[in-house]
Unconditional design. Sequence first.
Length: 262
Amino acid sequence: MVYGRRELEIRGIVRLLEWLHDGGTSLTACTQDQLDAWIADGSSPRTLVRAFLQWTTRHGHSKPLTAPYCTGTFAAQIVAQDQRWALVRRLVAATQLTTTDRAVGLLLLLFAQPAARICRLTTEHIIDDGHRIQLRLGRQPVDLPAPLDELIRDLVQHRHGRAPRIAGPEPNWLFPGTYAGRPLESHSLGRRLNRLGIRLRVTRNASLMDIASELPAYVFSRLLGFFSQSTADSWGAEAGGFSPAYGAEAGRRTHGQWFMLS
């Protein structure tokens, strides 16, 4: 089904309000940082909420909020693939960075995971048999390449968040946040990556494009946790139409870069 601009605007507004509700907040309390994190986690149509936010701001239904103009040009919404792999190599080599920064950056760059999902990963998502480490994102777990595997193992074995532990059971967050019992917030993760020169939305779009060009949509959906098959299909179609030479070039890179990072 092809949606017009108005339908996409309405869908975007509904998804924004659902996202805020699921996060335990409201449009009235929403901050620009939270909005930026939501926009960065998705594709360019999310910016179509701009007119709605102008109305809510003008009538006092929200704090002053804004979204970028939606250009409608997908090519402007992704980073070059060479730039993406340069960022991967930098995180692999940058041992002076924190384990958290390197791990979240590689999860975004290699597996196209949105910030909100990365933040809510727990130790229950990790499968470690002592030889290899797998991450359960969708129905089928994926093998983690080095050095991401050891970074994740370190996060499982050692608590890296600043929050004190609370009495009683609490989720074993892979990325604990500042407050006890809470994971790292999406907007905080976004700020951390921005300091490393990694822009969430455009970098994730590039990751999605690359993966969609290499894997069938069915596999793409099961491995990366896209519960809507249509989402994976859409990215596969986008990858197929982005450039005549894109699929061939991605295929040449698959064995040379995807699992040879260290």
